[in-house]
Design a binder for this molecule. Sequence first.
Ligand code: AMP
Ligand code: MG
Length: 401
Amino acid sequence: MISVQEALNYIAQSPLNRRIQQVDLLDSIGKILAEDVIADRDFPPFNRVAMDGIAVAYQHTGQTWIIENVQYAGSPQITLSDPAHSIEVMTGAILPEGCDTVIRYEDLEILPAEGNKLARLLLPLEEIKKGQHVHPKGIDRKEGSIVLAKGLRISPAEIAILATVGKTQVWVEMPPQVAIISTGDELVEIDETPLAYQIRQSNSYMLASALQQKGIASQRFHLTDDPEILHQHLANILENYEVVLLSGGVSAGKKDYVPAILTALGVQKCFHKVAQKPGKPFWFGVKTNETGEVTRQVFALPGNPVSTFLCFLQYAQAAITRQAVRYEDVYLAQKVHFKPALTYFAPAKTYFDEGKQMAVPFEGSGSADFANLTSCDGFVILPAEQQEFPAGTLVKFIRFR
Ligand code: AMP
Ligand code: MG
């Protein structure tokens, strides 16, 4: 049996090879960029006026200037004819030829003067700095430089850059095709009325909704605990899906066929059983191609709903979404005693007390008591090496709400 950390390492060492595709700019939001993006021009592409006011030639700055023209945003560059004059300029305009400095309207008085307008400075001259309120060409990024590097996740900030460089189409990594399979003879669909010894399947909906929250679609299947059915359908599903999330059939029961069948179908086992509670029977394996790239990831999760959910949150979620889990720091609100040499993921509710995030663990809540999860926000993670966790102990927390 391996430790929680070893399980995380195995999964991290077997990342799924991602398909890449060109998509419309807006469809790239939230996805991983699969190309380096180059600045097609300088950022900004010209010396840009950053304030409404007048543009002047600094070395000829006096206390008043004749305004000889207006430079609007979106108009071709005009030229200052007399270095002692000025040109009215608008934010976003190209700086007129012959000018190097902008003075804001707020610092000026504009006066009429013999057919012309006159700008008079309201400040001491020393307060005007050469080059002020000009956004110099290329200061943000230079033409030809990489403005966005392959591998980053696209947020609205990246969309703005992609738009600026004229990318109507963007190469991105596509989310994997995910199959979610519930196994068990006792399971019926949710619109059926279960017999006395049956239950409605909930795990596949829990997992599908968790993925849907992250913008990832999935297909659900139910397979009975029949080796032939499992073999045949799993073979088919492995043909068509890149990530397979199974629940149930991985423990020590007489009908827990899943690990043997996955192996028979050429899925290489990375590990089976992790020193943790709940979720100990968790099985993980991959299929690779001739060049050793991982083409399929199979997460076979134990069937008890709390185990299924915890194993998904802790192991499968980050691998599928490529978004690392953000563990929080919490203080235990009450002491916990846990003897077995297993990492204990206890469902817990969090609250703030004097700026500290506290967590109340739901002790004694079993891996089948999934209704208790509705009173919880996540799981506290109590290390395997320790048995006593006094109130106030700082521990990691994995959140689902
Ligand atoms: P297993 O891992 O197959 O031994 O299942 C452990 C427990 O989880 C059993 O009580 C199953 O009935 C239950 N279980 C398995 N799959 C599901 C499911 N999709 N929804 C709800 N409970 C399940
Ligand atoms: Mg089962």
